[in-house]
Write a protein that binds this ligand. Structure first.
Ligand SMILES: Nc1ncnc2c1ncn2[C@@H]1O[C@H](COP(=O)(O)OP(=O)(O)OP(=O)(O)O)[C@@H](O)[C@H]1O
Length: 350
């Protein structure tokens, strides 16, 4: 039995605050060594999910199981979970080593062993020289690493991170996310993390969970969710706004933007349709009559590194965003014709 049992299982967990369900009959399994990132808009229940697993929040219904054991009545410190929250609450009056040793002492680790573990943990998070440094003298990123080392110190079977890199600047976050993934992989740590940042979730996770109003809207491998958002909510949450009503028949959809090709096997009938910006292809008009495609006016351009998000206004229907390589960017105000690439078209499920 122990072989097939996931490390964490939420079995219909509901948490209510007054009339409102912050979690609504949530079912979720996390396998040992898996890194799962929970995404969702503010108020969708992400933190409540972590809190109920940690034992900081009581469930009104359902069960939380760790390695198959119901955690009802098990206090926080006996669950074997590590927590790292955004305001990482290091003890400012202790030095780095003192911060790490504290948790170990609480777990009854002897003094010599504490020293060994502290050195090992600092090595692990890339701060081998930091043991005697005052917490206040560390940069934001260094403090984050110390907080991580502290959460890892008691060797939790499940590490839970709530916006672990929330306050750091983007460059540092991107670097740390890669380091974290590598570190967790090496240690075989099982991780349940909450983040606002899609990029962070997609870089860190083996699997993402998108929440909406206390329920799981979609779960899957990052690429799968990115490529095939199930519905308009998930699509828009991921930042895809080219969504339109369509009547799908065979491999063609009729929309206000004209006919759009859809992949073989797409759901048929009245649907919502997503065209990812990479699938909105601009054609040269160059004054020649007879160019096919949807006529649009270029309304705006946002530079994103080597690619540009071009905002287009068709004669009819909602605006469109196209993703265009730098050297193909049209002028603002230009007239262009748009065709759609089938690979980037998704017929949404609901
Ligand atoms: N202690 C509480 N008392 C009353 N309502 C609460 C409490 N904690 C959370 N809530 C409500 O439960 C819902 C879910 O909150 P939660 O903090 O889990 O969301 P979240 O997805 O983590 O949001 P954010 O991204 O803003 O941190 C929200 O509507 C919130 O207002």
């Amino acid at each position: 039995m122990a072989v097939t049992e996931p490390l964490l299982r939420l079995d219909g967990v509901t948490v209510r605050f007054g009339q409102r369900a912050a979690l609504d009959a949530v079912r979720l399994e996390v396998a040992a060594h898996e890194i799962v990132c929970v995404l969702g808009p503010s108020g969708s229940g992400k933190s409540t999910l972590l809190r109920v697993v940690a034992g900081l929040q009581r469930a009104d219904a359902g069960r939380v199981l760790l390695s198959g054991v119901d955690q009802q009545g098990v206090p926080v410190h006996r669950r074997g979970v590590g927590l790292m929250f955004q305001d990482h609450q290091l003890f400012p009056q202790r030095d780095v080593g003192g911060n790490l040793a504290f948790g170990l002492r609480m777990h009854g680790v002897g003094r010599v062993e504490q020293q060994r573990r502290v050195a090992e943990l600092l090595e692990l998070v890339g701060l081998p020289e930091a043991q005697r440094r005052a917490v206040a003298s560390l940069s934001g990123g260094e403090q984050q690493r110390v907080a991580l080392a502290r959460a890892l110190a008691p060797e939790p079977r499940l590490l839970m991170l709530d916006e672990p890199l929330g306050q750091l600047d983007r460059g540092l976050r991107e670097r740390l996310v890669m380091e974290l993934r590598e570190l967790f992989g090496r240690l075989g740590t099982t991780v349940l993390a909450v983040t606002h940042d899609h990029g962070e979730a997609f870089a860190l996770a083996d699997r993402v969970v998108v929440m909406r109003e206390g329920r799981i809207a979609q779960t899957g491998a990052p690429l799968e969710v990115w490529q095939r958002p199930v519905d308009e909510f998930v699509a828009r949450f991921l930042g895809f706004d080219n969504v339109v009503s369509a009547r799908v028949s065979g491999t063609v959809a009729d929309t206000v933007w004209g006919k759009v090709p859809v992949p073989d096997g797409s759901r048929q009938g009245e649907r919502r349709l997503l065209v990812r910006p990479a699938g909105v292809r601009l054609q040269e008009l160059s004054g020649v009559a007879g160019v096919d495609g949807l006529r649009c006016r270029v309304e705006g351009r946002t530079f994103r590194g080597s690619r540009v998000a071009v905002r287009l206004r068709p004669q009819e229907g909602p605006p469109l965003e196209a993703e265009v390589p730098l050297r193909e960017v049209p002028e603002e105000g230009a007239q262009v014709a748009v065709v759609f690439a089938v690979d980037e078209v998704v017929v949404l499920e609901s």
